[in-house]
Design a protein. Structure first.
Ligand code: UDP
Length: 502
């Protein structure tokens, strides 16, 4: 749809910026102009990918707005959730985020023409006022699964959270398309922590007043959850993903979200030398940090499994105990013929799309989940917090493409004496053996994963459900934007512009 201009405003967290940049590419692929509006640090991380899209002829660009953190006492440059490690910075970070409306307002005012639509991350409700003041249609992008959105919606609506005595009391999610059992600790919604009530209220309100919802998922795996959620909110909803299944060249894969801390070519050569489906990839995403004792158990379990692995171990950069253990215990030397450690940011999609990779030990972030699904890689699930336990249920109980590591609750719900350890090395060894099993059970799981991956790819191609949803969203925005323009032009009109039919 030529001529439409979208502003895209992601939450400043890797798991939210990456799919937003993907959405920008997808919109530009349909002839629109897409501007990702973010802070300087986040713009720098994504510049290479955006530049490569521009070289490919896509009308995608980055626009920088200031992050108000330093004004509230945060260190200069702390602009992404993955930089917030100290507890004292956590709440202030969100307060600063909520102040981004002023720089966004200034940016919008500087534009020669009103954009046709602003797509805001669901965690950026502060965009709503700017859109209302400037008459810009606003869509909300959800980055977790529809399973999680519907579950937390139903639990709130039916008062289940209020009824339970504590975080660990078991319940079943009411009016849910599948049987889902858990507790508050493993079904906690976003902003459902003490002190965050105001944030949560703003998020809920900005969602109900949006012109429509986008969810990075696809109907073959989540159709029932998407439809029930759309009906519950009474909003037009589009399932337009998984964005990671859209075609990406080697540079775009390797540079997703940040510059990798290892040469992607080196990883590919390392994987080229391994048998198909023989390698485990291990990553806990951008935010979850495992305690040192748990990481050591994991390391020993991987060693005992005797399987080849690539491990994105960001704690090797950030945790002194882990650094000391790696330096002193000789782990890397012992596994050097079959283990590759990435100290920091790994080129995850480059790795997952390599045929040598046959298993993914994942924290079940929704992007990691979609990346596993889109590349047909069975998973060993190790959730940490928020929606990750819901992704585990979807992967293991609904899609049947995973094996559980045995994690029961977020680390913060563990008794102090557990020291963060939920999975001992022996359990890791057993779970890896089960996942990488070359017998009939493993083969069936792998075949199922490949089948779903083919559906993911088909959904994103012309004629697929996600492709069609994006087409529908673009037409809806075109009409909405036209209506808003007429409203402004027609100075005598008193009535609000009508929304297109749902
Ligand atoms: N990612 C990556 N390299 C890393 C860690 C993460 O490329 O070393 C990417 C990953 O592919 C995914 C995103 O960062 O697209 C993380 O999002 P996810 O929802 O999986 O987890 P989060 O970081 O939000 O917990």
């Amino acid at each position: 749809m030529a001529g439409l201009h979208f502003l895209l405003v992601p939450l400043v967290a890797q798991g939210h910026i990456i799919p937003m940049v993907d959405l920008a590419r997808l919109l530009a692929g349909r002839g629109a102009r897409a501007t990702v509006v973010t802070t300087p640090v986040n713009a720098a991380r994504n510049r290479a990918v955006v530049e490569s899209a521009r070289r490919a002829g896509l009308d995608v660009e980055l626009a920088e707005i200031a992050f108000p953190g330093p004004g509230l006492g945060l260190p200069e440059g702390m602009e992404n959730m993955d930089m917030v490690v100290e507890k004292e910075h956590f709440m202030v970070f969100f307060q600063a985020l909520w102040k981004m409306d002023a720089p966004l307002e200034e940016y919008v005012r500087s534009l020669p023409r009103r954009p046709d639509c602003l797509v805001a991350d669901s965690c950026n409700p502060w965009t709503a006022g700017v859109c209302a003041r400037h008459g810009i249609p606003r869509l909300v992008l959800h980055c977790p699964s529809a399973y999680f959105l519907l579950a937390t919606h139903n639990l709130t609506k039916h008062g289940v959270y209020d009824r339970v005595a504590d975080d660990l009391e078991t319940f079943e999610v009411p009016h849910f398309p599948v049987r889902a059992v858990g507790n508050k600790a493993t079904f906690r919604g976003f902003f459902q922590w003490p002190g965050a009530e105001g944030f949560q209220r703003d998020v809920a309100e900005a969602e109900t007043t949006a012109d429509g919802l986008l969810i990075n998922t696809f109907r073959d795996i989540e159709g029932a959850f998407v439809d029930s959620y759309a009906a519950a909110l009474g909003l037009k909803t589009w399932a337009f993903g998984p964005t990671c299944a859209s075609s990406l060249d080697a540079d775009a894969k390797a540079g997703r979200g940040n510059r990798a801390d290892i040469d992607a070519g080196h990883v590919v050569s390392w994987l080229d030398a391994r048998r198909p489906s023989s390698v485990m990839y291990i990553s806990f995403g951008s935010i979850a940090h495992l305690p040192a004792k748990q990481l050591i158990e994991l390391a020993l379990g991987l060693e005992a499994s005797k399987r080849p692995f690539v491990w994105a171990i960001k704690e090797a950069k950030s945790n002194a105990d882990v650094q000391a253990w790696l330096a002193e215990e000789g782990f890397e030397e012992r596994v050097k013929d079959r283990g590759l450690l990435v100290r920091g940011w790994a080129p995850q999609v480059t790795i997952l799309s390599h045929p040598a990779v046959g298993g993914f030990l994942t924290h079940c972030g929704w992007n990691a989940t979609l990346e596993a699904i889109a590349h047909g890689v069975p998973v060993l699930t190790w959730p940490n917090f928020a929606d990750q336990f819901s992704s585990e249920r979807l992967l293991v109980d609904v899609l049947d493409v995973g094996v559980r590591s045995g994690v029961k609750v977020p680390a913060m719900n563990l008794p102090v004496e557990a020291e963060g350890v939920q999975v001992a090395s022996g359990d890791v060894e057993k779970a890896v053996a089960e996942l990488m099993d070359e017998g009939p059970e493993g083969a069936t799981r792998r075949a199922r994963a490949k089948e779903i991956a083919a559906k993911a790819k088909a959904a994103m191609e012309e004629g697929g459900s996600s492709y069609a949803d994006l087409t529908d969203m673009i037409s809806y925005v075109a009409e909405l934007s036209r209506n808003k323009s007429h409203e402004r032009d027609d100075t005598s009109a008193k009535a609000l512009p009508s929304k297109p039919e749902l």
